[in-house]
Ligand binder design. Sequence first.
Ligand SMILES: [Zn+2]
Length: 223
Amino acid sequence: MAASNLPLFRLDPTAPGSARGYITAAPAMTSAVDQSVFPDLTHPHVAGLAMGTLAILPRVAFTSATPTAAMTPMGLIERVTIHHSGFPQAWTLDDQGPTAEHLEFIRRFHTDAPPAGRGWADIGYHFAVDRAGRVWQGRSLLYQGAHVRNHNQNNVGIVVLGNFDLQSPTPDQVHGLTDLVTYLRCIYMMGQMEIWTHRELADEPTSCPGETLMAQVRVFRGF
Ligand SMILES: [Zn+2]
């Protein structure tokens, strides 16, 4: 197949170097086009962004765990959905260490067996944005997330840490989220209409991503 005919997101977890979308390097900031984060580096559109400035912390920065079960392949990426973590108390810590522990807490909540946890194979979100504006890799983009029931197909899940019915996102957090969404839109050629929030897609009522983050999303996507 000619390179120009490659799909935007090639789903081949067995491809050399893909390592099922997970990396084993020491935790460090990595380019957004690191193969572990965006597996299809061969696509010319992705390759053309190799000098991008968005940095993403790989998942090994918060966990050594790998998925506990097989997951469903993502398919072509067509939309993004924004969430808040939404715990009953506001999340106010900025430092990387406690943030990593918090993300591991979320991953364990998602993977622990019910009723204590959700019983999913991995953390449900593909990316997280913390209070300092850092972007963290969660579940590999090779696989569907677990973030909007019945609507996870072709859908990138981003969680912004905090409860935005109780607090506001920090300016750095808004910048981090905007940069990530812009980058995803560029790589996967998505328009503003492909940027969703949980409440807009959910079959059941939810306040997610909270009022103050919803307002920010409306600003940066333009509706
Ligand atoms: Zn949500």
